[in-house]
Design a protein around this ligand. Structure first.
Ligand SMILES: [Zn+2]
Length: 211
């Protein structure tokens, strides 16, 4: 699998520290299970985090601290890669009670289907099924949206995203993903829906209070 779009360091660090909402954590865990590079990077951050927690805060605060800690720790521990995938990664199958066949899809129209996954509040995770050649219905999003391709591929104004690729979309990004011809595209997407709602209220009050 040749993955070209990866997790950011910020997401990996937040995940290592246990600071991500469950839905975002699920996307990170699923990408990490598909991606050797991010798995190694996560192991490195976890090792640094452990060293800092062990009372090396003074080292951690100084210039070049990361390099110093990394040098002392040596190469990150190699986590065994998962077995070849015939279906969804294990991190995801746990949420579905099975693989692709266990997904309970709901139609969104135009052949697009979704399945909302049971995660805690703070963010929402869903599977999206986009028929070959079909565009995802326009969905404005505030806040952050992570989209991980599990099968097939989509394109938007940014690039092409194939299996294992992750798109990190923020409020500024206007994107209309279109599934490539030939094969349906299945994605795991997480959005911080409550933040989107919270952002709405200041917007509403802005003209009233002229802030
Ligand atoms: Zn990666």
């Amino acid at each position: 699998m040749s993955i070209r779009h990866h997790l950011s360091d910020a997401l990996l660090i937040a995940y290592a520290a246990g600071n991500l909402p469950e839905a975002f954590g699920l996307v990170v865990a699923t990408h990490v299970s598909m991606c050797d590079d991010c798995r190694a990077q996560l192991a490195a951050f976890e090792a640094v985090g452990g060293a800092v927690l062990d009372g090396d805060a003074a080292v951690a605060m100084s210039d070049g601290a990361l390099d110093a800690v990394m040098a002392r720790l040596g190469a990150p521990e190699i986590i065994a890669p998962p077995s070849p995938q015939e279906d969804f990664p294990a991190a995801l199958r746990g949420y579905l009670g099975g693989g692709l066949a266990a997904v309970k899809w709901r139609n969104l129209g135009m052949g697009v289907r979704q399945a909302i996954l049971p995660t805690s509040k703070g963010a929402m995770a869903r599977l999206l099924y986009i028929p070959a050649g079909q565009a995802v219905p326009d969905h404005g999003h505030r806040g952050t949206e992570l989209t991980l391709v599990l099968q097939g591929a989509f394109r938007d104004a940014v690039d092409r995203f194939g299996p294992g690729d992750l798109e990190i979309a923020t409020e500024e990004l206007q994107h209309t993903p279109v599934a490539e011809a030939g094969e349906a595209c299945i994605c795991l997407a997480a959005t911080d829906a409550p933040l989107r709602f919270n952002a709405f209220i200041p917007r509403l009050l802005q003209p009233l209070f002229r802030i």
